[in-house]
Write a protein that binds this ligand. Sequence first.
Ligand code: PEP
Length: 251
Amino acid sequence: MRVPLMAGNWKMYKSVGEAIALVQALKESLADIADREILVCPPFTALYPVAETLKGSNIELGAQNIYPKEEGAYTGEISPTMLVDVGCRYVIVGHSERRQHFKESDEFINRKVHLALEHGLRPILCVGETLEEREAGHEVEVVTKQVQECLAGVTGEEIKEVVVAYEPVWAIGTGLTATPRQAQAMHETIRDILQDLYGQETAEATRIIYGGSVKPDNVDDLMREPDIDGTLVGGASLKAESFTRIVKNDE
Ligand code: PEP
């Protein structure tokens, strides 16, 4: 009943020309996929040309960040209305790289979640513990706090539009993947938190996707876990061949 979401986060890679070439290849290789949602999140500079190239395809468009204001004197920032205007359906919020390099707090991320929802953008809320936190046995506590604080004030109706991405920081871009068991355990924990907040039916309907060095050779095992409803892929989403294999997992 939960439609898998297979998302690519291109981070700060791809010129306009490279971005168009990549989505042209994906449009062809993924044209027959109808049972899962496919999403690409290019850098801001490539959003418009990618949106134009994706017209009429089964691939959706997302952004990697937003600023939580509708407009104003915020030099260098991008508003939710601008993202909707350019054709985005999703936006990544709370990615660990933004938490780490730009010191984004749960409270700030919560404001992004709210403004995205107000504008009809589906937030992909990233949460995850660092290696030190896992080694100290604090991963559940850390992720619970992130989920609760980033979703503060989000209603039972609104949560249906939210996707939670569990991305252990130690697995992002490192080549280390959480084992399917480790990932499933945390996804189950997140679903329990959602159940406490919104009730069982809503928790069962909310997608929780996994991110952290997902590759063609580990995606099948991850996707077999009952609470893993898709993947958020960084490095391996930059090449048509590997992202296609990941999207098609187990076919
Ligand atoms: C990410 O950027 O969200 C990510 C999971 O990256 P990678 O797949 O490269 O680890």
